[in-house]
Every structure is written in structure tokens, then in C-alpha cells.
Design a protein around this ligand. Sequence first.
Ligand code: SAM
Length: 161
Amino acid sequence: MTRLDLFIDRMVSQRACLDHAIAATDGLAGPVFELGLGNGRTYHHLRETVVDRDIYVFEREIASHPDSTPEPEFAILGDVMETLPQALQRFGPTISLAHADLGGHNRDKNDIFARKVSPLIEPLLAPGGLMVSSDRMYFDTLEELALPEGAVPGRCFIYRR
Ligand code: SAM
């Protein structure tokens, strides 16, 4: 596979998994967490698609497209290893949907980071809440779900509390 193939698979899978997870958590009132804003493409998709739920963005430093930049009160800046434990104090286990796209090009490094960040995400999800991730996560209590049509196995993962 070329890097272009991998990139396309990731984008197609993100959209399929996000659309599926947004619809599946529609009945939950808790906020949505976007972990890793980057250019803001997936944040923009969430903002255009999620109805009646607040979307909080976690990012080290905002560098997104102007159309895809959250209002300051919805941007939680800093390293997620510090801001996620703070978010648990603030929000408790109320999150209806978390989307994580925190990785870079090095898959081994992404996997090491996924192992570290998984226990910080796990307690935030509300019962029935979903977690969509571009990397395999390591949860003790969440169930891995089958991917929706259109998603490419290994390019996206969905978990449920
Ligand atoms: N999904 C985004 C989009 O559609 O444009 C792309 C996200 S980009 C691949 C990953 C982002 O995660 C980067 O902007 C990076 O700064 C952020 N990130 C990575 N590790 C982080 C950490 N430990 N704390 C906060 N942000 C982090």
C-alpha cells in the first residue's frame, strides 16, 4: 500500500466511524470530546453533524483552519496526559462520544501512546458512550464494536461502555 492509500483509508474510515458513532449516541446528552484538533477536519465534521451536544476540543496548541477552530471556552489546551485527568474532575463519567486522532506517522510510537492514554479516556465515558479512535486502544472495561460499512479494518476502532 502507498502512503496515499493509507491516508485515504484513514479519512474514509474516520468519516464512516464518526457518522455511525454520532447517530448511535444521539440519545445521550453528555458532551463530545475531540482529542487532537490538528487542521480541524474531523472537528468540523463533528460540529456540522452533532446536534444539541457541546463539543470540547483537546489540543496542545491551536493551529487549525479558521473555519474549524473552537470557541475559547470549548478548547482545552495542554498535553492530554494532564488535561484528561482534569476533565474527569470537571465532567465525571458523562462523555457521550470521544474521538481520538492523536497519532503521527510512527505507528510504534502511536501504539505506546495509545497504551498510556487509554486509562485516562476510559473513566470519562458515560454508560452507552462510544469512543472512536484511529489507533487501537487498550481498555479494561470497554467493548470493541464491529466497524460500520465503509470503514477499513485497522484504520479505525470503535469502543462502547
Ligand atoms: N483529526 C484532525 C483533523 O482532522 O484535522 C487531525 C489530528 S492530528 C493527526 C493530531 C493532533 O493531536 C495534533 O494537532 C497534535 O498536536 C495533537 N496531539 C498529539 N498528542 C497530543 C497530546 N499529548 N496532547 C494534546 N494534543 C496532542
